[in-house]
Design a protein. Structure first.
Length: 129
């Protein structure tokens, strides 16, 4: 007899949506809570929507703050993020995204990013403040 397969980790998008809705929060409120907790103002409800629809997967920086704000163990979110990446082609986003996630350099500066990246094969470095 073959033993049953272990349960697969939950996908990240539905998990985030369930936790957000359990708190009675809109995507806008979730983004505001994340920005307040992380001390940055760069996250919009659009990015929360992308995460929930699994168009993108948050990187380590945002996974950590999602764990705090949504009161979910980080290991649960990390496993769900890994399962989501394995299931389809998504981009890791935000500071702390790893090379293992298959993310391409964003070419912009911001938290966790470095300036001076080159886009489009040009010789001029692009930096923003």
């Amino acid at each position: 007899m073959i033993p049953p397969a272990p349960p697969r980790p939950a996908q990240l998008g539905p998990l985030l949506a369930r936790r957000r809705l359990a708190r009675g929060w809109s995507q806008q409120r979730a983004a505001a809570e994340l920005c307040a907790a992380a001390g940055v103002s760069t996250l919009s409800r659009h990015e929360v929507s992308r995460w929930e629809r699994q168009r993108r997967v948050p990187g380590g920086f945002w996974l950590g703050w999602l764990a705090v704000v949504l009161d979910v163990p980080l290991v649960v979110l990390a496993e769900a993020a890994a399962a989501t990446r394995r299931a389809g082609s998504t981009r890791a986003t935000g500071p702390g995204r790893g090379a293992a996630a298959g993310a391409r350099p964003a070419g912009r500066t911001g938290p966790g990013r470095t300036g001076g990246t080159t886009r489009g094969g040009g010789a001029r470095a692009r930096t923003t403040g």
